[in-house]
Unconditional design. Structure first.
Length: 346
């Protein structure tokens, strides 16, 4: 499937870059990626495929097989202190043509002063910075999709810490104009995230963004704040996040990778709470409640519930089954969804 799409003519320049990187050697990558750690020697080729079936309870109902995502990448190190990370998105349901998703270079000599330059995830929030193949539910919450956009951007990020330290931080200087797009004003967005780990089972953190999203008026600004909580005790997991967002925004960016941007008002807010418990049979029941207030003139709001079961065949293969009940105000729509996703990562 990947090779078929990589033969598309207008992707030749990306294919050349991709296979040129395969010829390099590598070590650990420390940045915004989701491919794990590279081996001590050589390169790491990685990726994942999410085959999906959707049934939409609309009038009339519709259903379809699709690919939520289909990604392949390489990562590694160029001696002695630089690492690289490149990923292609090849799902035809995201784009008719494969495209460069992530591509960045990292200087990672110092644990508390690493820096990456290129295209990568916006360093805001828990759910955005959870790898797509590591999400507890098939889809992200509406609040995340609508208020963190752009999910990916061009820029430079400073970072420090790791999973074993009391604190981790990320501080990014970003275009604010989205993936593969030149900046559309003379100023840069500032985005940051800090997470504290007071105990092994608990993480608490916060994020912020201050930017200039308007095409024509550099004085128009956007300010976003977020708070997050993660608790992992025994096989029980709790994840929660709240986001508050106000000011102007770029209406061309879309609502993340799983939706379209809703018309937003001057102030909007939302969040989610997710609960999961992994049983000894590798079956993980999941429940998520998420909410979103658009703040627009129609007073549009959402209150959604996701009921799910995850089954882990092994460390690389997972089946997710979700039923999503969607509730809207002031007029509720007939748009609940049943979705089944089989994922393989490598």
């Amino acid at each position: 499937m990947f090779l078929f799409y990589l033969k598309i003519i207008n992707m030749k320049k990306y294919i050349i870059v991709f296979f040129a990187l395969i010829a390099l050697t590598g070590l650990k990558v420390s940045a915004q990626g989701c491919g794990g750690a590279a081996p001590d020697e050589g390169i790491k080729v990685f990726g994942f495929l999410q085959s999906q079936y959707e049934y939409h309870f609309e009038d009339p109902a519709r259903n379809s097989f699709s690919f939520e995502r289909a990604r392949i990448g390489v990562m590694g190190k160029i001696p002695y202190d630089f690492s690289y990370y490149v990923v292609l998105e090849t799902s035809p349901f995201i784009s008719p043509n494969p495209y460069l998703l992530d591509a960045f270079i990292t200087y990672d000599r110092y644990q508390w002063a690493r820096v990456s330059l290129g295209s990568f995830k916006t360093p805001f929030g828990l759910e955005v910075n959870t790898p797509c193949h590591g999400l507890t539910t098939v889809y992200r919450a509406t609040a995340t999709l609508q208020m963190v956009a752009p999910f990916r951007d061009l820029g430079m990020v400073f970072m420090g810490g790791n999973e074993n330290t009391f604190m981790t931080y990320q501080l990014g200087i970003m275009n604010g104009s989205g993936l593969g797009t030149m900046d559309n004003n003379k100023k840069k967005d500032i985005v940051g995230r800090v997470v504290f780990k007071p105990w092994d089972f608990l993480k608490v953190g916060g994020s912020f963004r201050y930017g200039y999203p308007s095409y024509n008026k550099n004085e128009d600004t956007r300010t976003t704040f977020g708070g997050e909580l993660q608790a992992n005790y025994s096989n029980f997991r709790l994840m929660a996040e709240y986001i508050s967002d106000e000011g102007d925004y770029n209406r061309d960016l879309g609502g993340g990778c799983s939706g379209n941007l809703i018309e937003l008002g001057d102030k909007r807010s939302g969040g989610y709470v997710t609960l999961a418990y992994l049983t000894k049979w590798n079956i993980e029941p999941v429940f998520r409640y998420d909410f979103f207030d658009s703040g627009n003139t129609e007073n549009y709001k959402e209150s959604n519930m996701t009921f799910g079961i995850n089954y882990f065949f092994n460390d690389w293969t997972r089946l997710q089954v979700n039923y999503i009940y969607r509730g809207e105000e002031p007029v509720e729509q007939k748009n609940d969804e049943f979705v089944l996703q089989l994922q393989v990562k490598f």
